[in-house]
Write a protein that binds this ligand. Structure first.
Ligand SMILES: Cc1cc2nc3c(=O)[nH]c(=O)nc-3n(C[C@H](O)[C@H](O)[C@H](O)COP(=O)(O)O)c2cc1C
Length: 318
């Protein structure tokens, strides 16, 4: 058969990936772990589930929150964050943003959505305190910090570019305590994946933990759901625990909630709906994941978010 003249030929076709290029891929490992968790369905006496989600004194329609993304979402235009926020608000959810500029965060918060910005662990503490103050003024629900972003893969401080507010670096327990005491906003530490860090955060007065390996940014990371029960046991029930990384359906969300999470963040699965349909696509996707969650809750006798029996999760062992 004659080849179509316009068809492009990939010179790499048939060339295998370099040996070991997939080693330690935390996204793959996390997916494998999620798929190793099976669900025990329970039907007798089940009820229509209530998905009301309470967080820091506010009430939402879903525990599925939009994960924090910075302005580099492909297809993002000026005002894009506000559009994302409108989609989340329409679905009754919580909007997290990545480390976007003050003005952009203000525009998103002005939509009326309850918002949480993830502030980078800037080395300049004064800059962090300014950002927290700004979030307070915007009426944010809380503020977060991705404490796992102190160093790059070569053990160097994350560079100033593209972070407009300067170089990043690691934080101490005392630093975290200072941020907690500087504001009335609840502080959530993102990037926690150990009991070690969790306890330090709790001692510093942090109100929430987001268990995350930052979409596979570091290799061989323990899957967040694997370490979740241990962290929940260590910190007790008063600390809010959230999970992200690789949750793509309401089934995944259910597993996280059953294993001890209060809520989840979902980022990448919203990128295409946002690109295709803007705020409407985000709202639709959020509602769809919430309905999937309701479906599995109904079929496991889980009446509400506080009453999901962890024993419905069966660890695959064959
Ligand atoms: C385009 C994009 C931008 C992101 N920007 C940030 C950021 O600024 N700060 C941050 O803490 N995480 C950021 N993340 C990470 C997400 O918040 C989340 O931790 C990660 O994508 C894993 O969740 P997912 O599997 O649902 O995508 C970003 C993710 C994406 C896809």
């Amino acid at each position: 058969m004659q080849k179509n003249k316009t068809e492009s030929v990939n010179p790499q076709a048939g060339v295998p990936e370099p040996l070991g290029s997939d080693c330690g891929d935390s996204n793959r490992i996390t997916r494998e772990y999620l798929d190793s968790l099976l669900i025990e369905y329970r039907h007798i006496g089940s009820r229509k589930p209530d998905l009301k989600f309470e967080l820091f004194g506010d009430c939402f329609q879903t525990p599925v929150m939009l994960g924090g993304m910075a302005a580099m979402v492909p297809g993002m235009h000026e005002g894009g964050m506000a559009e994302l926020a409108r989609g989340v608000k329409a679905a009754g959810g919580v909007f997290w943003s990545g480390f976007i500029g003050d003005d952009e965060f203000a525009r998103a918060a002005a939509t009326g959505v309850r918002a949480i910005r993830i502030i980078k662990p800037l080395r300049d503490t004064k800059e962090i305190l300014c950002r927290i103050r700004h979030d307070e003024e915007c009426g944010a629900l809380a503020f977060a910090m991705d404490i796992d972003h102190g160093f790059d893969d070569n053990g160097e401080y994350y560079p100033a570019v593209p972070h407009a507010y300067g170089e990043l670096g690691p934080k101490t327990e005392e630093d975290l305590r200072m941020f907690v005491q500087a504001t009335r906003l609840p502080f959530i530490a993102k990037g926690v994946l150990s009991v070690y860090d969790s306890l330090k955060c709790v001692h510093a007065g942090v109100k929430g933990l987001l268990l995350s390996h930052h979409k596979g940014e570091y290799k061989y990371a323990v899957p967040p759901l694997m370490v979740l029960p241990e962290i929940r046991k260590a910190v007790g029930k008063d600390i809010k625990i959230f999970v992200d990384c690789g949750l793509v359906t309401g089934m995944d969300v259910f597993k996280a909630l059953a294993l001890g999470a209060d809520g989840v963040c979902v980022a990448r699965p919203f990128m295409n709906p946002f690109r295709m349909e803007g705020a409407g696509g985000v709202e639709k996707k959020l509602r769809q994941m919430t309905l999937e969650l309701a479906g599995v809750m109904a079929k496991t006798g889980s009446a509400d978010l506080k009453n999901i029996d962890p024993s419905v999760i069966i660890h695959k062992s064959w």
